[in-house]
Design a protein around this ligand. Structure first.
Ligand code: SIN
Length: 291
């Protein structure tokens, strides 16, 4: 029997399912759990690459990652790898994947393939819980403003990944990073699946607030990040062989811990396409930046 057990902070663990062989009824429960909780976890799965791809396709079309190294036999699968000799990991600070796209990715399904003996957990933070608990001044700000998102400072030729030699072979295609077009999204979105208000700014990719000067925007964003990263909105997932996490980028932030120096960690990630986003009152919608 499928059981959905909510976790403290955010997310839920789904047990009693083999996600490589889901019945229609089980799939409906998994979809509902995903919409309700923003990130769901499975244990003890035996998911081949083909089954990983088939599971992803039940949710949306697969987004072929522009920047991550791809699995040599399965281009749909992005490799999230850290070698024993690497200092930096991929995704080691709070972020929401693809928020810089006009239609940000729905989410990602991450499968553990090789784990360090300890460490390498992934943290998730609920942007609905963070929004609901905002102090009035910040809530008024986010309810009425949009924010500017960019991936250039991360993926372009002069971006963070290019400047750190460690990432060579793991992240590339900086030419595509140069071509990215900045995007404006509401600071609070009406979540496309749950309808709940979710804070939609993140430390990885949000670079400004529409109509606000840079200094003021920076201070406001820092205040929002400090609030949203508080432990009561977060959960920590400790990976085991056979673990799978499926998160919604519009509902949660995530952060990969980098605390396993000298060990290899290999994860397979499939990201699926999302849709354009609307604000809660639908007068604010996503658009390309004109700056
Ligand atoms: C990521 O997709 O940001 C990496 C997550 C992880 O490796 O745990």
């Amino acid at each position: 029997m499928v059981t959905v057990s909510p976790l403290e902070g955010t997310g839920a663990e789904v047990t009693g399912v083999d996600i490589a062989n889901l019945s229609e009824d089980e799939l409906a429960i998994v979809k509902q759990a995903f919409a309700n909780h923003g990130v769901i976890f499975f244990r003890d799965q035996n998911l081949s690459e083909d089954a990983h791809i088939a599971f992803a396709r039940k949710f949306s079309t697969i987004n072929l990652n522009r920047f991550f190294a791809r699995h040599p036999d399965y281009p749909e699968i992005a490799l999230v790898v850290k070698e024993p000799t690497d200092d930096f990991n991929i995704g080691g600070a709070w972020h929401a994947d693809h928020s810089y796209d006009a239609e940000p990715a729905l989410g990602s399904i991450l499968v553990a393939r090789q784990l360090p003996p300890t460490g390498g957990d992934t943290l998730f933070a609920s942007m609905n819980a963070a929004y609901e608990a905002l102090p009035t001044q910040l809530r008024d700000l986010v309810d009425t403003h949009s924010a500017l998102h960019s991936g250039k400072h991360i993926f372009a030729r002069d971006g963070a990944y290019e400047r750190i030699p460690d990432f060579k072979g793991r992240i590339g295609n900086a030419e595509a990073g140069d071509e990215l077009v900045d995007t404006v999204h509401p600071m609070v979105i009406k979540h496309p699946l749950s309808g709940k208000p979710c804070l939609f700014v993140n430390p990885g990719f949000t670079i400004g607030i529409d109509g606000m000067d840079d200094e003021e925007a920076k201070l406001m964003l820092l205040a929002l990040y400090e609030h949203a990263g508080q432990p009561q909105f977060t959960c920590r997932f400790t990976w085991e062989p056979g673990s799978v996490a499926f998160w919604d980028n519009r509902a949660v932030w995530h952060l990969a811990e980098n605390d396993y120096a000298g060990h290899r960690r290999v994860m397979h990630r499939i990201t699926v396409d999302g849709c354009s986003l609307e604000g809660m009152n639908s007068t604010i919608a996503s658009r390309s930046a004109t700056v």
